[in-house]
Write a protein that binds this ligand. Structure first.
Ligand code: GLY
Ligand code: MN
Ligand code: MN
Length: 435
């Protein structure tokens, strides 16, 4: 993304923080085992405002500061360390490549940051996410408090950065939609490749390998979340990620997988037959989930309340469970008692963006919020009938189905389905798998 994108984001945030100051640390490096680290991924808030990819960095936004409003603390260049661990932007790179007005070594932050807090009435920080950082912040504030007799005011209020920043992150601008589209395009290819490769006798991890191939080949940086490649009964475990079992003839395979592209996540689920042909029972429930998803998408548009797509999907799922005699009683009774939750226990969607479960409030005070142009969300109904479900005919057992697409709210009544290149109807999937 162009450097201006990040300058505009910082500007938009600073408009709201007035005389205050914002301090945004990036994520720490995490150890995987002994001296092996997890692949590094910057904190999303920090990356949203800076695009700076290195660990050990803190961005400060100080509106009205005469020497410059965007200050970066980061690692200095170090030829020896860079030979071992990779290139660093250094202080010069932070200014020249990432738009900082001023940059200081991260090792000097305890000396410099208190001065930046002087006479700022409030501090905007991410609260609770990095407890060690919050402790250090208290130390910096306490340093400023000690200068009271010299007439220096210390900050009096802490404000969670989310209050302003998450509302900005919730409404996606054109470059963000482009990145999301790219993530979805790569992920759609990955799902298609997985469908084509699938056959009885392979293992779930071999299908995961097909996904990974397209993710990296397409230029994605990482999986946006651990992929779920769940055959048969495993599809009824919502967060199954072992991906270790053999794939059996006659079972369904549920894949929930998406790539991250330039910090933006795709989140796509498809459920297809391991052998390329849905059985009568699988097809019947698949059509119910597909119709539920369509019912949800049909009401997904500007002005709709957040819960309405979920409610629309639930009506179709509940009726489908009654038609299949998996549930007994009346539609009203099933909806009122919530008995459908035994087979549909999650919500129909979430915000999508830099984080797969992206930031932004779902309710404004006590009411579900309205959908607005620029919001991006998933629509992902499902049905899960575990084996040995008491009172359910065995022909439905071990069928787990979810269908998940990524949807942008556009102007007027329009929506765009970013993940639409992934085959979805029974006919399209069977045809694609046979090809
Ligand atoms: N992949 C996580 C979810 O669908 O919410
Ligand atoms: Mn999702
Ligand atoms: Mn998903």
């Amino acid at each position: 993304m162009n450097k201006d994108v990040f300058a505009t984001r910082r500007h938009n945030l600073m408009k709201h923080i007035g005389e205050g100051i914002a301090i945004i640390p990036t994520a720490p490096v995490c150890t995987r085992n002994r001296d092996v680290e997890y692949p590094y991924r910057a904190d999303s808030d920090f990356a949203y405002l800076t695009h700076f990819p290195e660990p050990e960095a803190v961005a400060v936004l100080a509106p009205g500061r005469p020497q410059g409003e965007f200050i970066m603390f980061c690692r200095e260049k170090d030829p020896e360390k860079e030979t071992w661990d990779g290139r660093r932007a250094g202080l010069e790179g932070a200014c020249n490549d990432y738009g900082a007005d001023d940059a200081f070594p991260i090792d000097d932050i305890d000396d410099i940051l208190p001065g930046l807090l002087e006479n700022r009435p409030e501090v905007h920080v991410p609260m609770g996410r990095y407890p060690d950082f919050n402790d250090r912040l208290m130390g910096w504030v306490s340093t400023v408090q000690k200068k009271a007799r010299a007439g220096v005011h210390a900050p009096k209020r802490f404000v969670d950065l989310s209050e302003i920043l998450y509302e900005l992150r919730l409404i996606k601008q054109t470059p963000e939609l482009r990145a999301l589209k790219k993530a979805c395009t790569i992920s759609a290819k990955a799902h298609k490749r997985a469908m084509r490769a699938c056959k009885p006798g392979l293992h779930e991890y071999q299908i995961e390998a097909e996904l990974n191939y397209e993710f990296r080949h397409g230029g994605g940086q990482a999986v946006a979340y651990p992929p779920i490649v769940a055959g048969g009964a495993n599809a009824c475990i919502l967060h199954y990620t072992e991906n270790s079992d053999p794939l059996n003839d006659g079972d369904l395979l549920l894949i929930d997988a998406g790539v991250e592209y330039d910090y933006y996540a795709a989140d796509i689920t498809r459920t297809f037959p391991v052998n390329g042909k849905y059985s009568a029972e699988q097809k019947e429930l698949y059509q119910v989930v597909l119709a539920a998803q369509q019912a949800a998408i049909d009401v997904t548009r500007p002005g709709t309340l957040w819960n309405e797509p979920h409610d629309a999907a639930v009506v179709v799922l509940a009726q489908g469970l009654l038609d299949a005699r998996i549930l007994k009683g009346s539609l009203d009774g099933v909806l009122e008692s919530g008995s459908y939750k035994r087979f549909y226990m999650h919500r129909t969607g979430h915000w999508l963006g830099m984080d797969v479960h992206d930031v932004g409030e779902y309710k404004i005070e006590d009411t579900w919020r309205q959908l607005e142009p620029g919001m991006v969300m998933t629509v992902e109904p499902g049905l899960y009938i575990p084996g040995n479900s008491i009172g359910v005919h065995p022909r439905w057992w071990n069928i787990g189905i979810r269908i998940e697409d990524d949807v942008v709210i556009k102007k007027k009544t329009d929506v765009e389905i970013l993940s639409s290149a992934t085959p979805k109807t029974v006919e399209d999937i069977e045809q694609w798998m046979a090809g």
